[in-house]
Every structure is written in C-alpha cells, then in structure tokens.
Design a protein around this ligand. Structure first.
Ligand code: TXA
Ligand code: MG
Length: 344
C-alpha cells in the first residue's frame, strides 16, 4: 500500500471545518465530501498532480475519467469548448442536482481528469455542503465516488473510512446521502444525446427537454470482450461486495421458493421490505417494492451490510428497470456481474 496518512475527521456542521476542507483542497489535498448522490473523493480539478492522487488512493484504472463539480453556473463555460443551447436547457431544468453533462473539453482540463477523452463531464451538485466546499476551495473539484475502485459507492462517512482511511487527507462528514446512487450521466458531445449512466434524473425527464435520447447498450447489457465504450466506467465490474451476488427475476413466491431451496450456511437474501418472513435465510431489505427512490437510497448500504454479516452468496430481488428503478437495476446487475436467474 502507498504511504499512510492520518485522515482528518471534519464535521460539516461546523463552518470552520468546511473552510479547512476547502483549504486542504486548494493546497492539492484529497478530501472526501458529501453530495446528494454519494460521497465524492475530491481534488482541485485544475491541478493534474492532485487529480492523479485520486486514482492512486482509489486504485482506479487510469483510463476512467472523472466528473468535475461546480458550485456556480458561471464556472461551467471555462471548462468546455462551448455550451450549446440544449445543454443550457438541461442545466436550467436539473441543476443543481444529480445530473452530469458531457461536452467537448477546453484546454483548462488536465489530461488526468479526462483520461484520454476529448470531453469533460460536469456536475453542479445540490447538496449545500458540497457547494460550500467548492466555494471554500475556490476551484472546481474533480470527484469520483469515494470508495475503493470496484466496491459499492459510499453513502455515509463510515463507508468512506472503511475503504479509504489512511489513504486520503480528510473526510467531511455530512450525514447520509439522499439519492444514494450516482448521478445520471448524459453526453451531448454527439448529435443524438446519449444516456451513459442512469441515476436520479430519469430518461423520461431527459427526453422531456431533449426529445430523442439514446440509452447506451452498456446501461443494461454486459459488454462483449474488447468492445469500445463511450463511458469507460461501464466496463468494470462495479459496486460489488465480496459476496457473490445473483439477481433473481420473478414473483415473490417464485423468489422465496428459489431462495429457500438454496438455503445453507453463507446464503443471504437481498429483498424488499416486509419479505423477510417468507425467507428461510438471513435477509437484508433495501426498500419498498414500489418505491424505487427508497431502493436507490439504501442499496449500497445494504450491499455493505451483507458483507459485514458474512454473506457468501446473495440472492437479490430484481428491481423494475424503469424511472429511478433503471439506476437501481443498473447498479445491482453490475454488482451481480450480470449473473441473472429468470423464474417464471
Ligand atoms: O453522483 C456522482 O456522479 C458522484 C458524485 C461524487 O458526484 N460521482 C461519481 O463519479 O459517480 P465516478 O467517477 O464514480 O463516475 C463517473 C462516471 C464513470 O462511469 C466515468 O466513466 C464517466 O462518469 N465519465 C466521466 N467523464 C467522462 C467522459 N468525459 N466521457 C465519458 N464518460 C465519462
Ligand atoms: Mg464510482
């Protein structure tokens, strides 16, 4: 492992400590910060060396570009070649909020941020603490999710510490994240806008502003070996706990029969609220069946909990892949490495 640091614990409820986070970032440090989606591991986006340290701390593949976070709309224009009208429309509708917009980048963006792409992904978060830290740093912040590469994204400060304690300069604790899955990512760097990653802003909401929106095939399907991807993050096994996750599609009774017939030491269920009674294995619930936003909020915490409980195999109830549920499904099917059981 790289050089050990003492990771400073900061609290977002103290204004002075938000300032400290801003100062550390300005000086080239790495600070984990809360956003409305998940915790981000932030660095000064205009400082290539600081950004390179993010990749080292996370063990992130060098070809996976980062999102740049701003706290004022005026910070956007210098980062990109130009802001076309449809991009401004999107920003007007959904910023600040859980939407990331990709456009051709300007010369200000270091190669470490764009990781070989000619584009840059920009997001204006709605979380007041995230915005206050960007203001305090006085520069845009590059920030991927603040987890070790491959593991579930962190929605609480303790998740960040479990992965990155001793590897980063500070964590700013702002409580649990509201959305719970990462932002929706859309590219406007091509003629027809394309959804690269589903999130809290749904395809239906995007279409209302943009008209036609393509959904990248990698959102729902595994990539063929060697296939080229628009969003490099899509090609890695992601969000996965140590346990082997299997996605199970079917009714509750088909699901519970299947799980119960596979009951043995180390087998766990990831189910909807209120279903534990039908299952003969230990179960963690991740929300109400009809409430995709609640599922999104609890999914990553539930995956981490299953590891803590010692799960070896997890049979997961498959979310309905529409609306915000598309984001939940996208994360869970990656956690499962696309291993799916279809029951009648
Ligand atoms: O909600 C979020 O977006 C969180 C918080 C911290 O803001 N951040 C986040 O970052 O999820 P990260 O690095 O874990 O995911 C960024 C995704 C990756 O799939 C990456 O490949 C894609 O966005 N991406 C970033 N820049 C891109 C670009 N220029 N072209 C294509 N894909 C890009
Ligand atoms: Mg991530």
């Amino acid at each position: 492992m790289d050089e050990q640091k003492t990771t400073l614990r900061l609290s977002a409820s103290r204004e002075q400590e938000i300032k400290t986070a801003g100062r550390l970032l300005k000086e080239g440090g790495l600070v984990a910060i809360p956003t409305e989606t998940v915790y981000g591991l932030a660095a000064n986006a205009l400082n290539g060396r600081a950004v390179a340290a993010i990749f080292a701390a996370k063990g992130r593949p060098m070809d996976n570009p980062l999102i740049v976070h701003i706290s004022k709309i005026e910070q956007w224009a210098p980062l990109v070649n130009e802001i076309p009208p449809r991009a401004m429309e999107l920003a007007k509708q959904f910023w600040p909020g859980p939407l990331t917009i990709i456009l051709p980048k300007s010369a200000l963006i270091p190669d470490e941020v764009s990781a070989g792409q000619a584009t840059v992904a920009v997001r204006f978060p709605s979380h007041p603490v995230a915005r206050a830290v960007i203001d305090a740093a006085g520069v845009p912040l590059a920030a991927p999710s603040a987890n070790l590469s491959g593991s579930p994204s962190p929605t609480e400060a303790q998740h960040v510490l479990a992965d990155l304690d001793g590897r980063i300069d500070a964590i700013l604790d702002g409580g649990a994240c509201d959305v719970g899955v990462e932002s929706t990512v859309i590219t406007l760097a091509q003629e027809v806008p394309r959804l690269l990653r589903p999130g809290g802003i749904t395809p239906e909401q995007l279409s209302q502003v943009l008209g036609d929106v393509e959904v990248d095939p990698a959102v729902l399907n595994p990539l063929a070996a060697g296939e080229k991807v628009l969003s490099p993050g899509m090609k890695y096994k992601h969000y996965s706990p140590r346990a082997n996750v299997v996605l199970v599609k079917g009714t509750l009774s088909a699901y519970s029969d299947y799980v119960n017939s596979h009951a043995k030491e180390g087998v766990f269920a990831l189910c909807y609220n209120g279903e534990q009674g039908a299952l003969n294995v230990p179960a963690v619930a991740y929300g109400e069946q009809e409430d995709a936003s609640q599922q999104a909020r609890h999914l990553f915490d539930a995956l981490r909990k299953l590891d803590e409980l010692g799960a070896k195999v997890v049979y997961a109830r498959s979310p309905r892949p529409s609306g915000v549920g598309l984001a939940v499904y996208n994360r869970l099917i990656r956690a499962a490495g696309f291993e799916v059981v279809e029951l009648g």
